[in-house]
Design a protein around this ligand. Sequence first.
Ligand code: NAD
Length: 320
Amino acid sequence: MVTKRALVCGAGGFIGSHLVKRLKKDGYWVRGADLKRPEFSPSPADEFLLLDLRMPEACAEAVRTGGAPVDEVFQLAADMGGMGFIHSAECEIMRNSALVNIHMIDQAASAGVKRYFFSSSACVYRDMAAGEEPLSEEDAYPALPDNEYGWEKLYAERMAMAYGRKYGLAVRLARFQNCYGPEGTWRGGREKAPAALCRKIAEASGGGTIEVWGDGTAMRAYTFVEDMVDGIVRLMASDLENGVNIGRPEYVSVDELIAIIADIAGKEIHLNHIAGPVGVKARNFTNDRIRSTGWTSRFSLRDGLAVTYPWIEAQVKAGR
Ligand code: NAD
């Protein structure tokens, strides 16, 4: 059997590092590329290139091995963070992520890569009201993303599709909902809500109070990283064109999310709701397309947090 050769861009990041582990288990030869190596455990990638993928020559180097193109590119590199980062670094996101996406698809197509995965986001959709009927993938148009991060993702999706049409490249576009799990960023300003809340609860004493951005009513779904990676692998192997939502359809408010984490931590926690960047009011998406690949979410929110909270608590205790 011929071993498939994959390039994972963003292999030093949260989802990319988990994807490398999965592809290695599946028998791939894997090259990781990123500005940095994974922070929390060594990468099992066969090769790891430290590259700034905003540069066309770096993308050209990443997509070729011994003069031939890799078989598959998984593009997960992005200048990325939670809502605090998304609202404070609009220019950096629009510039840096767009440059990576422009040059990576261009170099992959000209090298002759046959399959290309792009990690888009549920942020491509408009804001929703609580209780609204689910949006399907085509409801991304007419477009009205809530933030610049979403507009950049939409542009990058369209560019990848245009290259797919022109160069006969099979492009697969996943729109991730919030992803969480061990070995994700948990402090420093780029962490997302589940990690930030786990950290705050790990730092609080029982009966203590934590600050929470917004009024706690924003509705979201959260997907455990193993489920997300399984969705990526299934989507890449499928014949599904255009955007595909990947997310566990278990919607909770921010306050409900906190209650689950506090219960796992075994702590009574009081909440001080303060003004802060919250993002959209509600989310609700169909996931029929990804389910058609045989994908299903295996980790309930509680099961995923039962693995994630102890990992973050251990980081906090170790003072890392
Ligand atoms: P992450 O920040 O942990 O990983 C992104 C990686 O890209 C980082 O390791 C970073 O160093 C790398 N990178 C950034 N600029 C680069 C450059 N110029 N050259 C090389 N590498 C560069 O983020 P993540 O949570 O793993 O997200 C992966 C992808 O999934 C991103 O495209 C993100 O937008 C998308 N996404 C994530 C979520 C989520 O909840 N985590 C939700 C929707 C979409």
